[in-house]
Design a binder for this molecule. Structure first.
Ligand code: BGC
Length: 702
């Protein structure tokens, strides 16, 4: 039925109408009038437009040509962030600290409802790039460094966005991006060549996209960059052989911003836009984001006989297929009440989930803050910086679609959260001391004087939006401005220091961590990031987050990630310890978990462990299972996460955590680019983090 309708439409559509379906227009860049012209011409999609503006575009589209409804896409990547009344969650990196698939699925559900209620259908999320080289500007947009965790959390949020079915009133389309290897551009220089083989790409970077395809993700966005000199936009191998044929992807592919023009003016593989349009269409890009010149060029190439019209038909078929599947023809707008946008229920969930997104990494008996502490000094640039706390792609941190917006309540910064949680008996003073980037108002001596008068210092540091995002890669991740100088002065007071990192990525904070009595990471916690930090400081919430990413000791140690390949002579730089400052999977609780001996049923590949809460408070533990293939025909990682479970364990009780594996879990991609499992010994490792000292090991035979 659906297929018949698609074929009927394809028969009556002119070439111009078909090519227009492939075009995605940026309303924010073009403005209303030009956008409406494109709607009349039959453009298939618009991005960066909200609410009534989108409704107007849709009306024009429905009244033009064959009345094919437009699909609206938006970067709702941690909540519907470009709408200033929506629920804005922690960024992907911060949410990944929860290791909680259920919560992340729920983030997707709520985002879908709010996006749908705003007249839109599609979010450009999740990001499935791996964050290995943290100099890259977009680390905050990822789920961290590990492919397994990224795939699991990615599938969870996709299930949340797309709900039971993509034609439900409260579902939107997901878009797994950026396909592929974007985070691995050389030197973390945004959109540069990804210098690796397809074997490695398939081994390490493809699995999260496979999980996205298996979760029926409706769309995939291509990466800006290239692999081994071939732009992904022009790569049949990436877009057809692997994505369609190997993974079985059924949805449609959208390019990233202006990728087709980039073939001409950035990557120089096409002499002009006509050649570029042919390359992009033939490679398997179905929808072309913002390179509007594609329209004329592709039509010209077909008319000249240089581009087969069947290529255009195939792309339009892929797009119409999703438009029919999501019921767009019957319901050009989802029937969702806009009252759900930022509603009390969504905000309450956001507040609750954010409590799981903070990672406590050091605590020398200072936290939770003791009742003997009467005066607290809150110091540092990010204690009251709502912009950093919201992170990228929020209406007032990202210039689109509406520049110069101001933050709208409700939100809670760290200082606000501390004031609220401290209660009346504790005196809280706040002084910024310095900015993230050096500033003439910096007054580190005044901050030291305030610290001197208090019993405890909460020092809130980090980076800021100008140091993160596209084209904001950093060559140096040491603390910027006078933050380190301020820390040294605070140290001189001899007062206990609790340091909180509010940042877009792991920064190099070794000296600060060593000199602090406690250290926690909040990344960009969204609306209630400050509340979560305060609740943990005062012990109202027991921290349960763990790191989805490693912390380097020094910028020169990057890339540093837990699942490296063995073989480096000496295994370390001569002037740094072997280990990172903190490694993947680490995170403390206010209670203590004791692991029993790992039990392995080798025949059924079932692994279990008893975990007992032997401390004084209820808490949640993230139990992690890793493996190492002891001898294999290709080198494989020293360890690789293969399962995890987050379990709530009341005080004095034991929970048994059981994982069942299959032999495919131990597979890798061999020299012929085929995924295989080889016979031999596998070392299983279970425990509280990826650090050797946290893992117990058992060897089995496969
Ligand atoms: C980004 C994508 C984003 C797109 C649309 C590009 O600049 O790389 O992640 O979805 O713009 O805003």
């Amino acid at each position: 039925m659906k297929n018949r309708k698609i074929e009927e439409l394809l028969k009556v559509m002119t070439l111009e109408e078909k090519v227009a379906q492939m075009v995605q227009v940026s309303y924010a860049h073009l403005g209303r009038e030009k956008a409406l012209e494109w709607a009349k011409r039959g453009a298939g999609s618009f991005l960066h437009v909200l609410g009534d503006d989108a409704r107007e575009v849709q009306k024009v589209a429905l009244e033009s040509g064959h009345g094919i409804p437009v699909i609206f896409g938006i970067d709702a990547i941690h909540g519907h962030g470009l709408n200033d009344h929506a629920t804005i969650f922690p960024t992907q990196l911060a949410m990944a600290c929860s290791w909680n698939k259920e919560l992340i699925k729920q983030v997707g559900r709520i985002t879908a409802k709010e996006v749908a209620a705003d007249g839109l259908h599609w979010t450009f999320s999740p990001v499935l790039c791996l964050a290995r080289d943290t100099r890259w500007g977009r680390i905050d947009e990822t789920f961290g460094e590990d492919a397994y965790l990224t795939g699991e959390l990615g599938a969870a949020i996709i299930e949340g966005y797309q709900g039971e079915s993509i034609d439900s009133p409260d579902s939107i389309l997901a878009c797994a991006k950026h396909y592929i290897g974007y985070g691995e551009a050389i030197g973390a220089r945004d959109s540069y060549d990804t210098e690796m083989t397809y074997r490695k790409l398939k081994d390490v970077f493809l699995p999260p996209f496979k999980k996205a395809v298996d979760a029926k993700c409706a769309t995939i966005m291509t990466a800006y960059g290239s692999i081994d000199g071939e732009p992904f936009t022009a790569s049949k191998k990436a877009l057809k052989d692997i994505l369609r044929d190997e993974l079985g992807f059924q949805g449609f592919v959208v390019t990233d911003w202006d990728n087709v023009n980039s073939l001409v003016n950035k990557q120089y593989v096409a002499a002009d836009i006509k050649e570029a349009s042919k390359l992009a269409a033939e490679a398997g890009n179905d929808m072309i984001m913002s390179s509007l010149e594609f329209y004329e060029a592709a039509i010209h190439m077909v008319k000249e006989g240089k581009l087969d019209e069947a290529v255009i038909d195939e792309a339009v078929r892929n797009i119409l297929n999703i438009k029919f599947e999501m019921g767009l023809f019957e319901h050009p707008e989802k029937e969702m009440d806009s009252a759900c946008i930022g509603c009390a229920e969504h905000l309450a969930f956001n507040k609750e989930m954010t409590n799981e997104c903070v990672v406590l990494l050091k605590n020398e008996d200072v936290l939770p803050i003791k009742s003997s502490i009467n005066k607290i000094a809150v110091i540092g640039p990010n204690a009251d910086d709502i912009k950093t706390q919201y992170g990228d792609w929020a209406y007032f941190t990202h210039p689109l679609p509406n520049p110069d917006r101001q933050p709208v309540r409700p939100y809670t910064t760290v200082i606000e959260g501390i004031r609220e949680a401290a209660g009346e008996d504790v005196e809280v003073s706040y002084i910024k001391g310095c900015s993230v980037l050096e500033n003439e108002n910096d007054d580190v001596m005044a901050a030291k004087a305030v610290a001197q008068e208090n019993d405890l210092i909460v020092f809130v540091i980090g980076d800021e939006i100008d140091q993160a995002g596209e084209i904001k890669d950093r060559a140096n991740l040491e603390l910027s401005g006078k933050q380190l100088e301020l820390f040294r002065l605070l140290k001189e007071t001899g007062k206990p220091i609790v340091t909180v990192l509010v940042s877009f990525k792991p920064l190099c904070v070794e000296e600060v961590v060593e000199g602090s009595d406690a250290f926690m990471v909040a990344f960009n916690g969204g609306m209630f990031g400050g509340n979560a930090v305060a609740q943990i400081l005062f012990g109202n919430v027991n921290p349960s987050g763990k790191l989805p990413i490693s912390f380097p000791r020094h910028t020169g140690q990057i890339p540093v990630y837990y699942n490296y390949l063995p073989g480096w002579h000496g295994g370390k730089y001569m002037d740094l310890p072997e280990t990172p400052l903190f490694t993947f999977g680490q995170g403390l609780s206010y209670t203590t978990f004791e692991y029993g001996a790992m039990k392995v049923d080798e025949a059924n590949l079932t692994i279990s462990v008893d975990v007992t809460n032997i401390g004084a408070r209820d808490g949640a533990e993230i139990v992690q299972l890793y493996f190492n293939d002891k001898v294999s025909s290709m080198m494989t990682p020293v360890k690789q996460l293969v399962r995890f479970a987050k379990v709530f364990i009341p005080v004095g009780t034991t929970k048994t955590v059981t994982f069942t594996l299959t032999s495919e879990d131990f597979s890798f991609v061999n020299y012929e680019e085929k995924r295989v499992t080889e016979h031999g010994e596998i070392e299983l490792m279970i425990g509280a983090s990826s650090a050797d000292q946290d893992l117990q090991k058992v060897t089995i035979n496969i």
